[in-house]
Design a binder for this molecule. Structure first.
Ligand SMILES: *Cc1c(COP(=O)(O)O)cnc(C)c1O
Length: 386
């Protein structure tokens, strides 16, 4: 039996062989601690970390000193949000974010509310984009931080980062963006977009799990964050813990490849995505979720009318690995908070599918997937006498 076709690249990606190959010597051979300054083993590891740091800095147009390695985007988001809140609470206690953010942003915000901070969870428009006028109205003199994601992990919608950054700079609030889905897929420039803090992760761009980055602006303006992990003073005191050299080397290689191939891979993914959508749309009563153009090239999120979401997923599972528009929270199934924020009715949200097309998917796979999805939907609709 063949395994299902993997189309869940927003959840995680396979490690690219080229990334793995770059990492391997750093497990057994160049295994030194990058903080060991007295011998060659340490110097070798430190040199590799330095190369990776510079690659990542170049990719987003910042300096190497502004890159802080973390274990994940979750940790980077926590460090950015709690770190700014703790460093600037005497200046203000108001934070603005979006209802469609990842839980790794929403949950730290909720945590801060318990500590006495005030958080505005801005609604989004029907297409998933932030309403900039509503955003400007929500800003207050005591707003210290705005956290708005670069690209959404469910619907792929890309927020107008440069416009948001401009408004934040004008109004004196720091701008953090969760770019876990965006890095290597769309151009990101922290200077042009006036981004002050940015989270990225390895395992969505063909590097391994367990490595992330927080970019922290050092000048114009300088951003201070309170450490959330205390110890040996690594990463200029912002995140202690021995650097995970092999993962860092892997992330550097993955970012380098993604930037190098961004244009060609982006148009390849877009044509696969458009092909899938065109084929599926033919059967009717299927709705595209999120803005039709301002979205990641490999993302397709749809709601299917006239079918039961669980039955649909069960029918698809033997052939493809995709995600549904619902999540199990404490044993009961709830529709995704992102689809809810778009105003999609619960019954359609339950019958939603997220296709995340990635680097290793082929046109043949998309043909197989669309055929099987169409047959499954049609037979479910027949059974349901829809
Ligand atoms: C995957 C993801 C995260 C979490 O990243 P981890 O590295 O798995 O912690 C955060 N935000 C977004 C938008 C994501 O897609």
């Amino acid at each position: 039996m063949q395994r299902p076709i993997y189309l869940d690249n927003h959840a995680t990606t396979a490690v690219d062989e080229r990334v793995l190959e770059a990492m391997l010597p750093y497990f057994t051979q160049h295994f030194g601690n990058p903080a060991s300054i007295n011998h060659q083993y340490g110097w070798e590891a430190e040199a590799a970390v330095k190369v990776a740091r510079q690659i990542i800095a170049d990719a987003i147009n910042c300096t190497a000193e502004e890159i802080v390695f973390t274990s994940s985007a979750t940790e980077a988001n926590n460090l950015a949000i709690k770190g700014v809140a703790e460093a600037y609470f005497s200046k203000g206690r108001h934070i603005i974010t979006l209802q469609t953010e990842h839980n790794a942003v929403l949950d730290p915000c909720e945590y801060l509310e318990k500590l006495g901070f005030e958080v505005t969870y801005l609604p989004v428009q029907q297409d998933g984009l932030v309403d900039l006028d509503a955003f400007e109205k929500a800003l207050r003199p005591d707003t210290i931080l705005v956290s708005m994601m670069a690209a959404n992990n469910e619907i792929g919608v890309i927020q107008p980062l440069a416009e948001i950054g401009e408004i934040c700079r004008e109004r004196g609030a720091f701008f953090h963006t969760d770019a876990a889905q965006a890095i290597g897929k769309i151009p990101l420039d922290v200077q042009a977009m006036k981004i002050d803090l940015m989270s990225i992760t390895g395992h969505k761009i063909y590097a391994p799990k367990g490595i992330g980055v927080l970019y922290v602006r050092r000048r114009n303006p300088r951003v201070q964050i309170a450490a959330q992990m205390h110890g040996g003073g690594h990463e200029r005191g912002m995140r202690s813990g021995t650097l995970y050299t092999p993962q860092i080397v892997g992330l550097g290689k993955a970012v380098e490849l993604a930037i190098l191939e961004m244009e060609s891979e982006g148009s390849r993914l877009k044509s696969l995505r458009d092909l899938l959508w065109e084929k599926m749309a033919i059967i009717g009563d299927i709705f595209l979720n999120g803005h039709p153009e301002k979205r990641l090239p490999g993302n397709l999120n749809i709601s299917v009318a006239g079918v039961d979401g669980q039955a649909l997923l069960l029918g698809l599972q033997p052939v493809m690995a995709v995600s549904s528009g619902s999540a199990c929270t404490s044993a009961k199934i709830a529709p995704s908070h992102v689809l809810k924020a778009l105003g999609i009715p619960d019954e359609l949200a339950f019958a939603s599918l997220r296709f995340g097309i990635g680097r290793f998917n082929t046109k043949e796979e998309i043909e197989i997937v669309s055929k099987h999805a169409i047959t499954t939907i049609q037979s479910l609709r027949k059974v349901g006498k829809w």
